[in-house]
Ligand binder design. Structure first.
Ligand code: UDP
Length: 358
């Protein structure tokens, strides 16, 4: 059972756990909200809607167990109160997406590091020590060229990656902050290194490859493969990601740990392009675009990225429910059915099939 947690003991009268999700209107955050509300928990979302969408949470607007505040974690004057209420905080508010990271390098550092520190300080200063789940990223491994990336390997910050490495630095800093607050102030921290999460509600506007390829294939437009397509990634369906994350957090209620969260099937970007074309029955051709043209600066892409999931599996026994083919099929169906609104380049809704994760 996805919701079952023998160690869960709500500290206050009322039902379920108190869950605070910063960045909860975003792609991963909104799926976490779905999961926790389905589990009978109470959920408070704070999101500045810079990239998140209120419509991602539309299904919950009338739910008395759900609350939303539009605010920036850097300046929100009620952060202390919200943190004091929470049993668990998922800190996802961050500047993400390679296009946004390249366009706003200073904002990346300010928001991602200062936002995390402010949240941890609030957790330290409250009377109660909530569990903190920090969203880190496979980007922290940088140019580490190991075939499989394990949590105890070195993090290789590479200046070859253009200004994109500021994002890696911000996530490494967040991890160090989480570990420091855990050691010094006893705040339990689960640090999740996400590997290329994909699925419903993700938008291609900030660079993410799968929604871009799906949108291009459905329209029979050329598929834009950057830099030759020999680079590999390992894609995990968001509906699996949030279940794994919850399982990790349930397992480690009072411990602090770092764990990769993703899927270990590896695929090259060129193979991905062909797979999307095939699943969509599309007439799209493949167009190779140089990295300078794609990203507007000298930019060395990460060559390969595949997680070791030993730690995740050993701790939780987690098993994936979605294959990459199923995820792509779902995204193609949604795109075709016109369930994705393209107003301002954002997706609206997508609740279909998420019941499978519940
Ligand atoms: N990519 C691509 N075409 C696109 C968008 C991205 O070939 O239209 C490539 C990108 O250069 C990278 C991979 O797909 O090698 C994954 O990109 P994404 O931004 O989704 O994730 P990340 O690079 O952060 O793993």
């Amino acid at each position: 059972m996805l919701c079952e947690d023998p160690t869960a003991a709500p500290r206050v009268e009322g039902k379920g756990m108190h869950i605070l999700v910063t960045g909860g209107a975003g792609f991963i955050g909104s799926h976490l909200v779905d999961l926790h509300l389905a589990c009978g928990d109470q959920v408070h979302v704070v999101d500045d809607l810079s990239t998140g969408q209120r419509s991602n949470l539309a299904a919950h607007e009338d739910n008395p167990d759900f609350r939303f505040d539009q605010a920036d974690v850097l300046t929100w004057d009620r952060l202390d109160r919200a943190v004091g209420w929470a049993d668990r905080i998922y800190h996802l508010a961050a500047v993400v997406g390679v296009y946004r990271v390249l366009a706003e390098p200073t904002k990346v550092l300010a928001t991602n590091i200062a936002g995390c520190e402010r949240m941890l300080r609030a957790a330290r200063d409250g009377g109660w020590k909530p569990q903190v789940v920090l969203a880190s990223s496979s980007e922290v491994y940088g140019h580490n060229d190991e075939q499989v990336l394990r949590e105890d390997q070195d993090l290789v910050v590479s200046t070859r990656a253009g200004t994109r490495w500021g994002y890696s630095v911000s996530k490494i800093a967040d991890e160090a902050l989480g570990l420091s607050y855990a050691q010094r102030f006893g705040i339990p921290a689960v640090i999740a290194r996400f590997f290329n999460t994909v699925g419903p509600r993700q938008v291609g506007r900030y660079g993410m490859v799968v929604p871009r390829f799906v949108a291009q294939a459905v329209r029979n437009e050329p598929i834009t493969v950057f830099g030759g397509g020999a680079q590999t990634r390992s894609f995990c369906d968001v509906r699996d990601t949030v279940v794994a994350l919850n399982a990790l957090a349930n397992r480690s209620r009072t411990d602090t740990l770092i764990a990769n969260v993703g899927n270990d099937r590896e695929i090259s970007i060129l193979e991905l392009a062909r797979l999307v074309i095939q699943r969509a029955g599309s007439r799209s051709t493949i167009r190779d675009i140089g990295l300078r043209e794609a990203y507007g600066e000298d930019f060395e892409d990460i060559r390969r990225r595949r997680p070791s999931l030993d730690r995740l599996r050993n701790l939780t026994g987690f098993k994936h429910r979605y294959t990459l083919e199923e995820t792509i099929d779902d995204l193609i169906a949604v795109e075709r059915q016109g369930l994705i609104g393209e107003k301002d380049g954002h997706c609206t809704l997508v609740r279909h099939q998420s019941e499978r994760a519940a």
